[in-house]
Design a protein around this ligand. Sequence first.
Ligand code: ZN
Ligand code: ZN
Length: 342
Amino acid sequence: MRALVFDSFRGPLQVREVADPTPAPGGVVVRVGASGICRSDWHAWQGHDSDVVLPHVPGHELAGTVAAVGAGVTRWTVGDRVTVPFVNACGGCAQCAAGEHQVCARQTQPGFTHWGSLAEFVALDAADVNLVAVPEQLDLATAAALGCRYATAFRAVAQVGAVRAGEWVVVHGCGGVGLSAVQIAVASGARVIAVDVSAAALELACALGAEHAVTGMADVAAVVAELTGGGAHVSLDALGAAATCTNSIRSLRPRGRHVQVGLLPPAQGRPEVPMDRVIALELQLFGSHGMAAHAYPELLGLIAAGRLDPRRLVTRELALADAGPALAEVGRQPGIAMVTNF
Ligand SMILES: [Zn+2]
Ligand SMILES: [Zn+2]
């Protein structure tokens, strides 16, 4: 198969022929129809993820059709249209038994623990636990966004952040996951403030319903306090950087909820967490790590009902040949870049 490969961290990203994957017992191989290019892929390429073994094929935000089925799989057959959360849960550990598949103790992740989906084919583990059927009316490029950024944003806003109508929500970092969070928070009836350094990203955030756009160069917490009359109810670090994490926590009113969505690899420096404010204001700090497959029906229902429209986040469709430069420059252009031509 053709795949995007890197042989060294931060080294060349090349499309070349590699061996086809075979399904593990309980797993499947999917012919990839669409695969997003996400900041986490960039982290993998940079060497920020200790799971990655070289040479490596990145890609974890995907949809496609089942091409081969491993022994013991009961729910899926060749030709089924599917997507999958980037955390592939084992289905058998204590976390999985509690329904918390997104923090499975024995999880695998395509594009990190093994070769990923910026390729013609990808192997996925524990298919009966992790695969999600893509409804007929949903195209694969839109469905792929549900594998990482859109579903991650949905869980962060609706479930972990528990955003309610009328609340102020700040989204720090308006890349793919941040813009998704803007759209989902607006649909929840929240009043949304978007923060980014890119004018183009802020323009898109406002088109998706953000009420205010704040350039990240400003004293963000002071601006948010002014706009909201004392701080946000919920604030998300959707970028994953020391400055955006600290700004997010500082943007909150008393009893406010911070949700960390963007990855914060230690190599990039630890954020300064203002614990004095956390205790004095009784702030709540949460992490949000993807979304379990069993939680997808609610999201798919809102999409089918027209309440949410992830298609608007997919701003570019690319060929696999263009995936390398797009990965190296992730975040330069607003919205989600999706490889749809393999
Ligand atoms: Zn991702
Ligand atoms: Zn598990």
